[in-house]
Design a protein. Structure first.
Length: 431
């Protein structure tokens, strides 16, 4: 009999219950029917129900990986190493280097023209550097920004010194204000919103061409110390809200906003569209987005761009084809990239998910909107994390070190020395 859309997609399955062929898919909470974002949830339920009707012989079992990004990726890597990976699963772009050996090549499913429609920066990481084969499909990208309350701060600060001055003025007038929040716990949010943009602004490099860590050698050493000293100053001067140490990933900040006492935060552009869910349309309109302020000694503005990919682990050709059809319909075709970007977005509100295929920008009017221009402008200054296998370790060590500075007032140089030693030790093992 006829099944309603909602029956075709449950929190753990896609497809008709009696389908004979089974695909096992790992995903993350955000990319699942349990997504905390209403619009993402709606989109996935609708598109996956469409897919199920077109592929009635297939049923997909969903496994949601939990924990911080690094915990999720470690879990997936262990499944691969033990020989029982899912058929298809999510790999955060900064972990790709650890997964290439387990991911199956997907070139045969795409035309050359279609593969080359991806922006070169992303395509480079979608390919296995050793073989040149297409191993990962990039969903979308995003960019880190300074969010600021326009009713409290008419002009966003261009430098950190300006930000500190604005914060102090605000606090003297409104003692209850938390001037600034950013993710300052041992997780990727801390790297993306604070450490990387400020390190890169000064011209810093994390690794050399061979993927060897160099972030605490030569000029890089001074640049990294500057970033950590600034974090200490933000705490000492009462600018950084103490809640920051409990925040791992950017969207967790959304839950603090209904109290109405946060003036600025560092986050991802996608959070803007979700603000309405937490503080209503009027509340959302009070927030603006700007470039992350410049650290003293900065050579140019910089921010960080990210993005998730999905890859196929199964060697079964029929399952590979089904997995690619599912990913294509959900996120990878030009139309899917467009639809995913604008789904549930009201006119004038910046998109959450920035497409990584060139044709999307030529073919769809909404991609030429004013708010989209703001994001595209910021993307010009965005760096991607290095594809070196040591990067996840660098990230985990540096964010842990910054968290110690913020939570316990630790000495910036001492915690960096320790992080540097730990990274070098791990690098020797990786070699």
């Amino acid at each position: 009999g006829a099944l309603f859309a909602v029956d075709l997609v449950t929190s753990t399955t896609i497809g008709y219950p009696d389908a004979k062929k089974v695909l096992n898919m790992a995903t993350t909470i955000w990319y699942s029917p349990q997504s905390p974002s209403e619009s993402m949830k709606e989109y996935l339920i609708k598109v996956w129900a469409e897919w199920a009707r077109l592929n009635p012989e297939w049923k997909v079992n969903l496994t949601v990986l939990s924990g911080t990004i690094s915990e999720r990726m470690t879990k997936l890597l262990q499944m691969c190493q033990m020989g029982n990976p899912p058929d298809v699963g999510p790999v955060d772009s900064f972990w790709l280097s650890r997964f290439y050996d387990y991911l199956q090549p997907l070139d045969e499913f795409f035309s050359e023209e279609e593969i080359n429609d991806f922006f070169p920066t992303f395509l480079k990481m979608m390919r296995d550097p050793k073989t040149g084969e297409l191993k990962a499909l990039w969903l979308n990208t995003d960019v880190r920004v300074l969010f600021y309350r326009k009713d409290l701060i008419p002009e966003p600060p261009k430098t950190w010194n300006e930000l500190i001055k604005i914060a102090k003025d605000l606090k003297s007038k409104h003692p209850e204000i938390l001037p600034l929040v950013f993710p300052a716990s041992r997780a990727e949010g801390c790297m993306m919103t604070f450490i990387l943009p400020l390190f890169w602004q000064q011209g810093g490099k994390l690794v050399d061409e061979k993927g060897k860590p160099i972030f605490f050698e030569g000029e890089n050493r001074g640049y990294m110390i500057n970033v950590f000293k600034l974090a200490k100053k933000l705490v000492d001067e009462g600018v950084l809200a103490p809640q920051s140490v409990n925040i791992a990933h950017e969207p967790e900040i959304n839950q603090l906003l209904p109290a109405g006492n946060i003036a600025m935060f560092l986050g991802g552009n996608w959070q803007y569209a979700d603000l309405e869910q937490y503080i209503g349309e009027e509340g959302q309109k009070k927030w603006g987005m700007a470039m992350i302020p410049l650290i003293e000694g900065a050579k140019s503005p910089k921010t960080a761009a990210g993005g998730w990919t999905f890859g196929v682990f199964t060697k079964d050709k029929e399952k590979q084809a089904a997995a690619v059809r599912l990913l294509y319909k959900t996120w990878i075709s030009a139309y899917a990239q467009y639809r995913w970007a604008v789904w549930g977005i009201k006119p004038g509100v910046p998109v959450k998910f920035v497409p990584v295929r060139k044709s999307v920008y030529d073919d769809f009017k909404a991609m030429q909107s004013e708010s989209m221009q703001v994001i595209m402008e910021l993307l010009k200054y965005a760096g991607l994390r290095p594809g070196a296998p040591i990067y996840p370790t660098i990230s985990s060590e540096l964010s842990a070190a910054l968290s110690e500075v913020v939570a316990a007032g630790a000495d910036p140089e001492k915690v960096l020395e320790k992080a540097w030693k730990n990274v070098l030790r791990a690098y020797e093992k990786l070699k």
